[in-house]
Design a protein around this ligand. Structure first.
Ligand code: HEM
Length: 483
C-alpha cells in the first residue's frame, strides 16, 4: 500500500507528470515510426514489384497519382489517354497507401477476371463504401461464403423466374410512356431521360423483388427517394478522400444524410422480409402449401427465403435483407444507365432507330396486343445489336477491381503481385483502338455474328466476366435462342 502511495505521489508531482508525458510521447513516437517504416517498406516493395508495368508521370515518389483518379467525364478522357499511350496496362499508386495496376486490354483482363473465386478478393478501397448499405452481400463477400451464397441465389435468376418479370416491365414502361405522352400534350419538348428511366427501373425492381406496387413513377416514395439519395451520396463520398474514414464521414452533413436514408431503406427491407417469414411459418403451421405467397408468382424475396444449400441450411433474415438491398442497388442504376444511353444513341442515329422500329413493328404484325413477350427477345436481332453496341460505347459499370491472394501472371512476363489492386477498366477495354476499329463510333454492326469472329472473348465485358460476373450475364441472347 505504501509502495502504491509512493508511486501515486511521484506521478502526481510535476516532475512525475513530465516524465509520464515524455514516456507517452516516446511510446506514440515509436508506434508512428514503426507504422511509417512499415508503410514505406511496403511502398518500396510494391514499387519494385510493379516496375514491370509502365508508370504514367506521378506527382512524386511518395504521393504518386493521389487525387488524379476521377469518376467524371474527365476521368474517362484520362483513361482514353492511358489506353493510347500504354495499350494494355500501367501501374498507378495513390500515396504510399494503395498500389494499383490499371488494365485495358482483353489479353491482360482475361487471366484476372477468369481467376478462381477462391483466390479473388474484393478490395475495401472501391467496395468498402457500399458496406453500410449492402452489408455482407454477394457483391462484397469473398471465399467459401461467397460461393455458397452464389449457389443459393442462382435459382432466383433462372429463365423460368425472369420470364415472369416481363409483364411487370411492360406495365412499368407503359406508365413511363403515359407520362411522356402527357408531358408532350402539355407542350414539353425535352425531359431529363435518366430521371424518368431510373424511376421506371426502380418501379420494375420493386415489383420483381417484393411484389410491391410503389407507384413511384407518379407519386413520390420515401423508399425510392432514399435509394436515389444513397446512390448519389456514395459517388460523392468516393471522390473525397477524407470522407473515406468513417469517423470523419459520419460527422459530416453528407454522412448524416446517408445515415437517415439508410435507416429508411433498411427498415423497408427488414419489414418485407420479416412479414414474408411470418407468412411462411404460418402456412407451415396450418399445413397450407409451402410457398410464400400462393396466389401470385414467386418474387425474389420468396425464392431466396425458400432456398436451401446441400445441408438444408437457408439464409438468415440479415443475409436476405443484404441480398434484397443488393438486388435494388445493382439492378436499378445499371439498367437505367443502359436504357438511357441506348435511347441516346438511337436518337443520334436515326437510320438505326428506324431499323429497330421496323423490326419491332414486323414482330408485332397481326397481334392483338403490342406487349413484348419473353420469347420475342430472341427475335429482335438488330435491336439487340444496338443494345450491345450501346453497352460497349457507354458501359454502365466503368471498371471493376480485384485483389488476389497470390501473384498473378500476365502476358509479357509481367506479374501483378499478391495484394496489389487490379483495376480492370471496362471503359478502357471497350475503347481500346488496338481492339476496336473507330472505338468512339456507334456501330451496331460490330455485333453482327460474321463481324464478331476472331474477336477476343474479353473485348466486350459490360457484365464483367468469370466467376464474379454479373448475375444476369448468364442470360444472353444466344442462350435464349437455344432454349
Ligand atoms: C445493364 C445492366 C447491368 C450491368 C451492366 C451490370 C454489370 C455488372 C458488373 C460489371 C458486375 C461485376 C461487379 C464487380 O465485380 O464488382 C455485376 C455484378 C452483379 N450484378 Fe450486375 N449489372 C447489370 C444489371 C444487374 C441487375 C438487374 C441485377 C439484379 C437485379 C444485377 C445483380 C448483380 C449482382 C448480384 C452482382 C454481384 C455478383 C457477384 O459478385 O457474385 N446486375 N453487374
Amino acid at each position: 500500500m505504501s509502495l502504491f502511495r509512493g508511486v501515486l505521489s511521484q506521478v502526481l508531482s510535476w516532475t512525475g507528470l513530465w516524465q509520464l508525458m515524455v514516456l507517452v510521447g516516446a511510446g506514440l513516437g515509436a508506434v508512428v515510426s514503426v507504422w511509417t517504416t512499415k508503410l514505406l517498406v511496403r511502398h518500396a516493395w510494391f514499387t519494385h514489384r510493379l516496375s514491370c508495368f509502365s508508370k504514367p508521370h506521378a506527382h512524386s515518389w511518395l504521393l504518386g497519382h493521389l487525387g488524379k483518379m476521377q469518376s467524371t467525364e474527365e476521368g474517362l478522357l484520362q483513361v482514353d489517354d492511358l489506353v493510347q499511350m500504354y495499350t494494355h496496362s500501367c501501374s498507378w499508386f495513390i500515396g504510399p497507401f494503395y498500389h494499383l495496376v490499371r488494365l485495358f486490354h482483353p489479353d491482360y483482363v482475361k487471366p484476372l477476371l477468369m481467376a478462381p473465386a477462391s483466390i479473388t478478393v474484393k478490395d475495401e478501397l472501391f467496395y468498402g463504401l457500399l458496406r453500410p448499405w449492402l452489408g455482407q452481400s454477394l457483391l462484397l463477400i469473398n471465399g467459401e461464403e461467397w460461393s455458397r451464397r452464389r449457389r443459393l441465389l442462382t435459382p432466383a435468376f433462372h429463365f423460368d423466374i425472369l420470364k415472369n418479370y416481363v409483364n411487370k416491365f411492360n406495365t412499368s414502361t407503359n406508365t413511363m410512356h403515359d407520362k411522356w405522352h402527357k408531358l408532350l400534350a402539355e407542350g414539353t419538348n425535352h425531359v431529363e431521360m435518366f430521371d424518368h428511366v431510373t424511376l421506371m427501373t426502380l418501379d420494375s425492381l420493386l415489383k420483381c423483388a417484393f411484389s410491391y406496387n410503389s407507384d413511384c413513377q407518379r407519386f413520390s416514395s420515401e423508399y425510392v427517394s432514399a435509394i436515389v439519395e444513397l446512390s448519389d451520396l456514395i459517388i460523392d463520398r468516393r471522390t473525397k478522400i477524407l470522407h473515406h474514414w468513417d469517423f470523419i464521414y459520419w460527422k459530416t452533413q453528407q454522412g448524416k444524410q446517408f445515415k437517415k436514408a439508410l435507416s429508411i431503406v433498411h427498415r423497408f427491407t427488414m419489414e418485407v422480409v420479416q412479414k414474408r417469414r411470418a407468412l411462411i411459418s404460418q402456412q407451415k403451421k396450418t399445413g397450407a402449401h409451402f410457398t410464400a405467397v400462393p396466389q401470385k408468382k414467386k418474387d425474389f424475396v420468396d425464392i431466396i427465403l425458400l432456398s436451401k444449400d446441400e445441408h438444408g441450411r437457408g439464409l438468415t433474415d440479415e443475409e436476405i435483407q443484404a441480398e434484397a438491398n443488393t438486388f435494388m442497388f445493382a439492378g436499378h442504376d445499371t439498367t437505367a444507365s443502359a436504357i438511357s444511353w441506348t435511347l441516346y444513341n438511337l436518337a443520334r442515329h436515326e437510320d438505326h432507330q428506324e431499323s429497330c422500329r421496323q423490326e419491332v413493328t414486323d414482330l408485332m404484325q397481326g397481334r392483338e396486343t403490342h406487349a413484348i413477350q419473353w420469347e420475342d427477345l430472341a427475335n429482335l436481332p438488330f435491336t439487340t445489336m444496338c443494345i450491345r453496341e450501346s453497352l460497349r460505347l457507354h458501359s454502365p459499370v466503368q471498371a471493376v477491381t480485384r485483389k488476389y491472394t497470390k501473384d498473378m501472371d500476365l502476358p509479357g512476363d509481367r506479374t501483378v503481385p499478391k495484394g496489389a489492386i487490379s483495376l480492370v477498366s471496362i471503359y478502357g477495354t471497350h475503347h481500346n483502338p488496338a481492339v476496336w476499329t473507330n472505338p468512339h463510333e456507334f456501330d451496331p454492326l460490330r455485333f453482327e455474328p460474321a463481324n464478331t469472329e476472331g474477336r477476343s472473348s474479353h473485348a466486350f465485358i459490360p457484365f464483367s466476366s468469370g466467376p464474379r460476373n454479373c448475375m444476369l450475364e448468364t442470360i444472353n441472347m444466344e442462350e435464349l435462342q437455344d432454349e
